[in-house]
Design a protein around this ligand. Structure first.
Ligand SMILES: NC(=O)c1ccc[n+]([C@@H]2O[C@H](COP(=O)([O-])OP(=O)(O)OC[C@H]3O[C@@H](n4cnc5c(N)ncnc54)[C@H](O)[C@@H]3O)[C@@H](O)[C@H]2O)c1
Length: 352
């Protein structure tokens, strides 16, 4: 099988879990692939995905082999696999708005000269640019989308910056004959998905929800950046997504709240649901979900990357709705969880 050549933009926690996952699952057969939603997707397995280029701005990562850079601070995701040297060296990219007021104290700017990103993408034969920049790096995310266009690469936007869901950007990829997917990756054990599923279950059973919230705290650099720059946008995206799970209007708040450094890469999510059931009798749910943030992205990222390779093979252009709906919180159009699952299943089993 041909390899799926991926360029990483941002070698943070998420990239670390992704690269470690590629090694972890490289030798597994179907039965051994515990933790993956799809061991095989179409004809593709995790071992078919190869990181061929990487970009960052932190002096502890730039100039290093990706296998070592993924374990450098301020990354704090745990060791999941021993990753051998790959020969792929992390390049210095332009900073643009990559650093926020809070993260500029934890990211150490590299003094390496900036690489010619489009040239690196072309020479490395990258096919898919995987954007894992901080959520506040809106301009930088768009700049890398531009580099993908120049280099003839597909673009996967895991960040909450609006790119795939922006009509103008989607159109530009369509015109260039390239696929784009995003925005804001859905986690495997997703707080938003859990919240929506609970609300749907209660609602189907005749419970009337009056109010609900979902708040979370985390200890990764991303939580620090969110606190500084993207709290409002994340709250808007999540709240809209959760509201869509109910067939009526209720008081809904869903969003990230704070950074707790000693949690390391852990994320704790709190859910509160209040409603009434038979004879207007009240009920409430008060629960906590605890996950490690970066590995929580791994399975969905692996599915998305393989599905985008299928889109490239089928010459699909512009925003690929079945992949956007399955893998992202803010696709071009919001659809129900069931509809998203169905669209994705049909897409990945479709004959070329
Ligand atoms: N479970 C998850 O981890 C998850 C789920 C959904 C979405 N996301 C999104 O994925 C993205 C990455 O998350 P993370 O936890 O890995 O973040 P992170 O802060 O650990 O990593 C970001 C990396 O980008 C680098 N960077 C900053 N500016 C740059 C620039 N201009 N050019 C190149 N590199 C630059 C930083 O040095 C850092 O290595 C975020 O936008 C997050 O919202 C993650």
């Amino acid at each position: 099988m041909p390899k799926i050549n991926v360029a990483l933009v941002g070698v943070g926690n998420c990239a670390s879990a992704f690269v470690q996952g590629l090694k972890y699952y490289s030798t597994c057969n179907e039965e051994e692939s515990v933790g993956l939603r799809n061991a095989a997707l179409g004809n593709f397995r995790p071992k078919d995905v190869e990181v061929v280029a990487a970009f960052d701005i932190d002096g502890r990562k730039v100039g290093k082999d990706v296998s070592g850079a993924i374990f450098e601070e301020p990354n704090n995701v745990s060791r999941l696999a021993e990753v051998p040297p790959s020969g792929v060296i992390v390049n210095m990219g332009p900073v643009l708005d990559g650093l926020g007021e809070y993260t500029k104290h934890v990211v150490h700017m590299s003094n390496h000269p900036e690489a010619k990103v489009a040239k690196v993408l072309k020479e490395s034969k990258a096919e898919i640019v995987l954007n894992l920049l901080p959520s506040g790096a809106v301009k930088a995310s768009q700049w890398y989308a531009e580099q993908a266009l120049i280099s003839g690469c597909a673009f996967v936007n895991a960040t909450p910056s609006f790119v795939a869901s922006d009509v103008t950007w989607a159109k530009r990829f369509e015109t260039a004959g390239l696929p784009i997917v995003g925005d804001d990756l859905i986690d495997q054990v997703g707080a938003t998905t859990l919240h929506k599923t609970l609300l749907q279950l209660l609602s189907i059973n005749g419970v009337h929800i009056t109010e609900t919230y979902q708040l979370d705290v985390g200890g990764g650099t991303e939580s620090l950046d969110t606190l500084d720059r993207t709290k409002d946008v994340k709250r808007a995206v999540k709240t809209k997504s959760v509201e869509a799970a109910l067939p009526y209007t209720a008081a809904v708040v869903a969003g990230s709240t704070d950074y707790v450094d000693f949690l390391q890469n852990r994320r704790d999510s709190y859910f509160w649901i209040k409603g009434v059931h038979f004879c207007n009798v009240p009920m409430q749910i008060d629960i906590k979900l605890s996950t490690i943030d970066a590995p929580n992205a791994g399975s969905v990222l692996l599915d998305v990357v393989r599905a985008v390779k299928m889109a490239l093979e089928r010459k699909i252009k512009g925003a690929v709705m079945p992949v956007c709906a399955y893998g992202f919180k803010h696709p071009p159009h919001l659809v129900s969880l069931e509809a998203a699952e169905k669209m994705f299943a049909e897409f990945v089993t479709e004959k070329k």
